[in-house]
Design a protein around this ligand. Structure first.
Ligand SMILES: Nc1ncnc2c1ncn2[C@@H]1O[C@H](COP(=O)(O)OP(=O)(O)OP(=O)(O)O)[C@@H](O)[C@H]1O
Length: 294
């Protein structure tokens, strides 16, 4: 697989605030890459520089497969975090208007089906639900058949079912061989959709790779979660394996059976105990010492 997007040494400051500090990564063709991080990490600033909407102080973006006859804006499609849709027009009129901008109505029918908009074509765009609106915005981003698509926090504010529907849509677009780059602060979204991720915190990338590979690299054990009221009891036997950066305790466990027996010997009740495999959220906390959402 060859690179579809190459981002090199991006930097951006706003007065004294360094929002993005030397960010580099590349995205393989036909894959989905996720930029993850908490609010203010620098995801949107990075994305806006890549999209050509914000001038970097330093660094560059290259598209090795962009044909010479296309300019960058014709080669990429962008779904913004907040797009203002024109008042008093229908979904169909909105799609037609965007298609006419590119003198290209060729993809409208297939996009309507892909984005499941067929039942809402005559609906006023202001009356769409959150999920329907996001699907319309994605269809508008795809109207000129771009090969690289940028999605800025596409499922923020959606209900769980709409988020899942949107994920299915993203998977279908990827299966067409297109390259996607999305920002999100939902770790489950990244784990499900992304072939590779970069976790950002305070303007820099603190970890990068395939989600499963990153988890393997950083965790060799399961985690046993317990209420923090048991901290004193756990200190003696498990001192080196407990983490209390939350309002609960996480115990790293290589052998869950043995650890449960030890907890029972300490008279710790099991009903409040939760055993789980570490996920990207745990990785973020272990890398930064703070939670993803404040
Ligand atoms: N135009 C601007 N002027 C001044 N500061 C800005 C500007 N845009 C972003 N920032 C600051 O830069 C930092 C990074 O912001 P950015 O929006 O890139 O973060 P983010 O990771 O996308 O966060 P969110 O998840 O909330 O969108 C923040 O501290 C933000 O306040």
């Amino acid at each position: 697989m060859t690179d579809a997007i190459i981002v090199s040494h991006l930097k951006k400051s706003f007065d004294s605030l360094v929002a993005v500090n030397d960010v580099s990564f590349s995205v393989k063709q036909g894959t989905c890459f996720g930029l993850l991080g908490p609010n203010g990490a620098g995801k949107t600033t990075t994305l806006e520089m890549i999209e050509g909407l914000l001038k970097p102080d330093h660094g560059e973006i290259n598209y090795p497969h962009k044909p010479d006859h296309l300019n960058t804006q014709e080669f990429i499609g962008i779904q913004f975090q907040n797009t203002a849709l024109q008042d008093h027009i229908t979904v169909y009129e909105s799609l037609s208007m965007f298609a006419d901008l590119y003198s290209n109505r060729e993809h409208m029918d297939s996009l309507i089906t892909l984005c499941a908009l067929q039942d809402y074509l005559q609906q006023n765009t202001q009356k769409l639900s959150g999920g329907q609106r996001q699907r319309l915005l994605l269809a508008l981003a795809l109207i000129h058949n771009p090969q690289v698509i940028y999605l800025d926090e596409p499922t923020t504010g959606l209900d769980p079912q709409s988020r899942r529907n949107f994920w299915e849509l993203v998977k279908k677009i990827k299966s067409q061989g297109k390259t996607l780059l999305l920002t999100t602060h939902y770790m489950d979204e990244a784990q499900i959709l992304c072939d590779e991720i970069a976790i950002m915190d305070r303007g820099t990338i603190i970890a990068q790779g395939a989600p499963t590979q990153l988890l393997k690299q950083h965790f060799s054990s399961n985690l046993i979660r317990l209420p923090s009221t048991f901290l004193d009891k756990l200190q003696t036997s498990f001192k080196d394996r407990i983490d209390q950066s939350q309002d609960y305790i996480e115990l790293a466990s290589e052998n869950v059976e043995l650890d449960i027996q030890a907890l029972l010997r300490l008279n710790i009740p099991l009903q409040d105990l939760y055993i789980h495999k570490p996920n990207l959220e745990d990785l973020f906390i272990s890398l930064t010492g703070h939670q993803l959402r404040g």
